[in-house]
Write a protein that binds this ligand. Structure first.
Ligand SMILES: [Zn+2]
Length: 124
């Protein structure tokens, strides 16, 4: 079985390669399943109905055997235009929300900063 993780990212094209490159450099994995929304961190933190996102995560975890979940927020996000501090809070809230659903999975929050470098901001 290949080694796989799940990444919940913004749909913004600027963050795809930095995030995939960072995850593959920092974890011994083969594939990253990517689920996107405009402003994913805000959607997971604030939107009541996230059933479509949960459906995708279930495919990644139950069928593809993903072992970790990453949640990404980023600088200059037009889908979730809040300040840096609120982004970090929302990444944390989003991680807590998903940790409740998958308590045995490590849930890792990432922040893509204003130089498009990736920082780990939450591990649950
Ligand atoms: Zn964005």
């Amino acid at each position: 079985m290949d080694r796989r993780v799940t990444c919940l990212n913004c749909m913004d094209g600027r963050v795809q390669l930095p995030v995939l490159t960072w995850i593959k450099s920092n974890y011994p994995i083969d594939y990253v399943d990517v689920i996107t929304e405009a402003g994913m961190d805000g959607v997971l933190a604030k939107q009541e109905d996230i059933s479509e996102i949960l459906r995708s995560i279930k495919v990644s975890i139950n069928l593809n055997k993903s072992t970790k979940i990453f949640i990404v927020g980023h600088h200059d996000c037009r889908g979730n235009p809040v300040d840096v501090k609120l982004h970090r809070d929302e990444i944390h809230l989003a991680a807590e929300r998903l940790k409740k659903e998958w308590p045995n999975h490590e849930v890792i929050g990432l922040w893509v900063n204003n130089t498009w470098n990736v920082e780990r901001v939450s591990v649950q």
